[in-house]
Design a protein around this ligand. Structure first.
Ligand SMILES: [Zn+2]
Length: 312
């Protein structure tokens, strides 16, 4: 009996050990499969993140609306850019138009301009900025230089002083966010040979839509832009120097390929906009808007589509 009992116990133990080893092996496989699945899942998750990033980058999704209003400031330039309750004023027209800028900011209840860009110190661009600074405080005020002799410029500096602010001169390639929009400085990379060729040129990107502001840049600065690595192809071009014949060459237009063009112009003795310039421009777009004909011109972008409305 003792011998039989020993045999049974021995069989029992052998079976138990075999079952234990089989169970251990199955468990190990399961764990290994699970780890492997986890790794695959992690990889997929990571891939999805990458894909999502790519999707965002490809479609450039944006959350709010970008609005750009070109004010009718007569012979001069001024535009207000708003996005996600952030505000950027680009130029302010002549000093006589200070009230236009002041009243518009007042009507919109804007008491803080996140940014002002004064493209250059000519009075038809900087003068009305004083009106803006009397209505609103400014975060950062950019210009291509800090010194100029005109009274219009002196008032701008005095108004900035009163807010404890100074002019910031950006470097080419500098950029900042305006809500979901991005503003990038593209020129000048060096001090231009004239005030006009010293205009800050900037591009605004919002989703898949884009705007180019050229100040009064002439051929010298246009050539600099053409030979740069910047993408000049935009939807909306604020044409340079009020439509002067000396600016916005066919070559420049062939790079910009604007869908819309805005000419900020008023009564003047310079012949702006020039007839040869208009002929060149019409070869690239039929959607040409002039502040002297249409008043304030407002573009709205959802990042994919652009709509335009005019005050007259
Ligand atoms: Zn000008």
């Amino acid at each position: 009996m003792k011998s039989l009992s020993f045999k049974i116990n021995r069989h029992f133990y052998l079976c138990f050990i075999i079952l234990f080893l089989v169970a251990l092996s199955l468990l190990s496989c399961a764990c290994s499969q699970s780890s492997s699945d986890d790794a695959v899942n992690a990889q997929m998750s990571s891939q999805q993140n990458v894909d999502n990033t790519n999707d965002t980058s490809d479609t450039k999704q944006v959350d709010a609306e970008l609005e750009v209003t070109f004010f009718d400031v007569g012979q001069g330039d001024s535009a207000l850019v708003t996005c996600d309750d952030k505000y950027l004023l680009i130029d302010g027209g002549d000093s006589k138009k200070s009230s236009v800028i002041y009243n518009d900011l007042d009507k919109r209840n804007i008491s803080f301009l996140d940014y002002i860009i004064i493209t250059h110190t000519d009075s038809d661009h900087c003068g009305g900025v004083s009106g803006a600074l009397n209505r609103a405080n400014v975060g950062t005020c950019y210009c291509s230089e800090k010194k100029a002799s005109s009274n219009a410029w002196k008032y701008v500096i005095a108004n900035l002083d009163a807010q404890g602010k100074d002019i910031t001169i950006p470097a080419v390639g500098d950029s900042f966010s305006l809500g979901d929009a991005t503003v990038t400085f593209m020129a000048p990379s060096k001090i231009g040979t004239s005030d006009n060729n010293n205009s800050l040129v900037c591009r605004i990107d919002y989703g898949n839509n884009s705007f180019l502001f050229t100040g009064d840049a002439e051929s010298e600065e246009e050539e600099e832009l053409i030979s740069s690595t910047f993408d000049l192809d935009v939807d909306v071009l604020k044409v340079s120097h009020h439509g002067s014949d000396k600016c916005t060459s066919s070559t420049f237009l062939s790079y910009v390929k604007p869908e819309y063009a805005v000419i900020s112009v008023g009564k003047n003795s310079y012949g702006h906009p020039g007839s040869s310039f208009l002929e060149r421009l019409k070869k690239y777009t039929s959607k040409i808007f002039r502040t002297d004909e249409s008043g304030d011109i407002t573009f709205k972008s959802d990042g994919e589509n652009i709509s335009v409305s005019c005050s007259r």
